[in-house]
Ligand binder design. Structure first.
Ligand SMILES: Nc1ncnc2c1ncn2[C@@H]1O[C@H](COP(=O)(O)OP(=O)(O)OP(=O)(O)O)[C@@H](O)[C@H]1O
Ligand SMILES: [Mg+2]
Length: 329
């Protein structure tokens, strides 16, 4: 594919933050927020970036949306360089960082959007119609003329998204669009994201929530400490960590010998032993075509008649935790 067919294409993006800490003894600190990001995202797709706190998700989102300069490497969005062609790109992208910032609390939602429409250079003749359209889209028509300071968190988030799509961007960056929302508002937001995708908008989304990524994003990348530790479909990520089923067994202390037996069974890729006071929990990842979960139960039962075993499909969350843990080791 030629580079312009990608919605996003980065090569070796790095970002270092240098700051000073302390009052009397000012100590220089250096944070490598991004340590060489190579990433491609197809046009018209929805791509999810997952990672724990401090992984670098917001930093990468800001670089791709021209808000922040990279320290090294190159990034192209819609075929254009985010540093050299920022002016070309800005009107073509939308960015939703969320939170309390960036909205005018003293005026209504509609007035906020008027202000941003002028900023985006939306022609006056079209402005109010366009605003009504996006307000309907985010389901905020009823509250459009109330002051933003009276809005709930969910309503503010909707207004942020309305602002992000007002100028009909070709690509939309959403940094944790559902954080702090109640389940109903979060679900509505995800529905809205899907409807934007149906319009052909490319969506780049960051999240902490595995199920959200699983629900919205056919493909995703996991970021940990400034590096992409995995980039794949949900199904293949599950395979990558090994095992389609996860068993959790709880009992009063497991012996090393037992754990060793489990570890050496065919198809078992991971056995994690955690202690919670007197109770221990084993987390066992197993490929069912090689070993049935019942076989594991049978191994544990003689020594632990009290054992409680739960079995579930390996979730994206398991995969994620494994990968992030591996990176931390
Ligand atoms: N302006 C800044 N000055 C100094 N350090 C920064 C700055 N912005 C980010 N960092 C550091 O860079 C790293 C990545 O931060 P970033 O905000 O990108 O993470 P994140 O994945 O978005 O985390 P979260 O899930 O908490 O939002 C962190 O260690 C953070 O402390
Ligand atoms: Mg962030």
């Amino acid at each position: 594919m030629s580079s312009s067919t990608w919605a996003i294409e980065t090569r070796g993006i790095t970002r270092v933050f240098e700051s000073r800490k302390g009052f009397l003894f000012r100590e220089a600190t250096r944070t490598e927020a991004l340590r060489g990001i190579d990433l491609t995202v197809e046009r018209g797709a929805i791509f999810g970036l997952l990672g724990p706190n401090g992984a670098g998700k917001t930093t990468l989102t800001k670089i791709l949306s021209t808000l922040l300069l990279p320290t090294g490497g190159t990034a192209r969005v819609l075929g254009h360089d985010v540093v050299r062609e920022a002016g070309y790109l800005r009107p073509r992208m939308g960015l939703v960082l969320g939170g309390e910032r960036g909205l005018y609390n003293r005026v209504s939602g509609r007035e906020n959007l008027r202000y941003f429409a002028d900023l985006y250079g939306i022609p006056l003749a079209e402005r109010d119609r366009r605003i009504s359209e996006v307000l309907a889209r985010v389901d905020l028509e009823g509250a459009a003329d109330r002051r933003v300071e009276e809005y709930s968190r969910g309503m503010k988030q909707k207004l942020h998204i309305a602002r992000g799509i007002l100028h009909r961007p070709e690509i939309l960056f959403l940094d944790e669009p559902t954080i702090g929302l109640d389940p109903k508002s979060a679900r509505e937001t995800r529905k809205l994201v899907r409807s934007l995708l149906a319009d052909g908008v490319t969506i780049f989304l960051t999240t902490h929530y595995m199920f959200e990524a699983e629900e919205l994003c056919p493909e995703l990348a996991i970021l940990s400490k400034g590096r992409i530790v995995a980039r794949d479909t949900v199904a293949r990520l599950r395979q990558l960590v090994g095992g389609d089923r996860t068993l959790e067994a709880e009992a009063y202390g497991f012996e090393d010998r037992e754990i060793d037996v489990l570890r050496h069974l065919p198809g078992v890729s991971k056995v994690l032993n955690e202690e919670f006071g007197p109770v221990s929990r084993l987390t066992i990842r197993v490929r069912t075509e090689e070993t049935r979960p019942d076989a594991l139960r049978e191994i544990l039962l003689p020594g632990h008649p009290e054992v409680a075993v739960r079995e579930r499909r390996t979730s994206l969350e398991d995969v994620y935790l494994d990968l992030v843990e591996e990176e931390a080791r």
